[in-house]
Design a binder for this molecule. Structure first.
Ligand code: R5P
Length: 315
């Protein structure tokens, strides 16, 4: 029988795991995770694992491939230490954009990753806002996908904007933007974005939807990486006379030119969650607001442990 729960963190985002444990009013479990000089990863749990309900927190961020390997080895070590049940807690699931064969001779890496996690010995996965919901089906095990949108909506509601226009910076984000607009009592628009091959520069030429002139606008995307997608959308909104431009995302995976692009874009505020560690001090001009998902993950972990409903958390 699975006994008490234990939460551990890899090296990707220990502050997030600490915040989850704080919410659960329990200490973070002891584990050593480090690389030898030959870059081979070593994992050793520092407590009895037998029959424990184990939660391993590791978003795939930073040195992504190393963090993935760390998690796989943690799962294997927990399994071999006779853990009763192992949940891989992955607040940000990398390779989400590699979910289909949309070019010749490429891999479906999200599926490969799901296989690795399963083969390592995980029993369940807990994650948030996958790039495509269908990725859940890549796993032959239960996947609980949390939704940060209600918390982001709650923040914008508190700003009391007047019928904002929620703008999807590409067609892929349109469904989420529409959902957000409905929750906020606003309108929805989307940007026609095109990319040249695998280039990270986005070309956006048109906003499809209502007039944005003199309106409050909220750009919403699941993730921001180089910032190219939102930068192109911001330029269009500015050209079309939007009164304010808020930029929001779940996963702030800011890399490369992202900080400079966002900081110099003359936006009203940048809103994101803490699934990825962000150095907010790197922004000199744009006001930032971070929404913590740690309580949501903490509640989900508690419900998984006690057999409660997880979906009830994000209706
Ligand atoms: C793409 O489909 C995603 O939803 C994001 O729009 C994309 O990942 C953002 O990337 P970047 O910030 O590099 O344009």
């Amino acid at each position: 029988m699975v006994q008490e729960m234990a939460v551990f963190s890899g090296n990707a985002h220990p502050a997030f795991a600490e915040a989850v444990c704080k919410h659960l009013e329990m200490p973070l479990g002891g584990v050593e995770v480090f690389n030898f000089s030959n870059e081979n990863t070593f994992v050793r749990f520092l407590q009895n694992m037998r029959e424990r309900d184990v939660f391993l927190v590791q978003p795939f961020v930073g040195d992504v491939n190393t963090r993935i390997m760390e998690l796989l080895i943690m799962i294997d070590a927990a399994k071999r230490a006779s853990a009763g049940r192992i949940t891989a807690v992955i607040p940000y699931f990398a390779y989400g954009r590699s979910d289909k064969k949309d070019q010749p001779h490429i891999s479906i890496t999200a599926r490969l990753l799901a296989n690795f996690i399963e083969v390592s010995g995980a029993d369940r996965v807990l994650t948030a806002n996958l790039h495509a919901g269908q990725i859940q089906g890549f796993f032959n095990m239960p996947v609980d996908e949390l939704n940060a949108m209600p918390l982001i909506v709650e923040h914008f509601r508190s700003l009391k904007l007047d019928r904002p226009v929620v703008v999807a910076p590409d067609v892929g984000a349109a469904k989420d933007a529409s959902n957000m607009a409905a929750r906020l009592g606003g309108d929805v628009a989307f940007v026609d974005k095109r990319r040249d091959g695998n280039d990270e520069t986005a070309h956006s030429t048109t906003i499809v939807g209502p007039e944005v002139r003199d309106r409050d606008t909220i750009l919403y995307d699941d993730e921001i990486l180089s910032g190219g997608t939102v930068e192109a959308a911001i330029t269009l909104l500015q050209q079309q006379g939007a009164r304010s431009i808020y930029v929001s995302c779940v996963h702030p995976y800011f890399r490369g030119p992202a900080f400079e692009r966002l900081d110099s874009a003359d936006i009203t505020a940048l809103v994101y969650t803490d699934t990825v560690p962000v150095d907010a001090g790197a922004f000199e001009h744009v006001p930032t607001h971070e929404i913590s998902l740690a309580p949501l993950f903490g509640d989900a972990i508690h419900r998984i442990h006690t057999g409660g409903s997880v979906s009830a958390l994000f209706r």
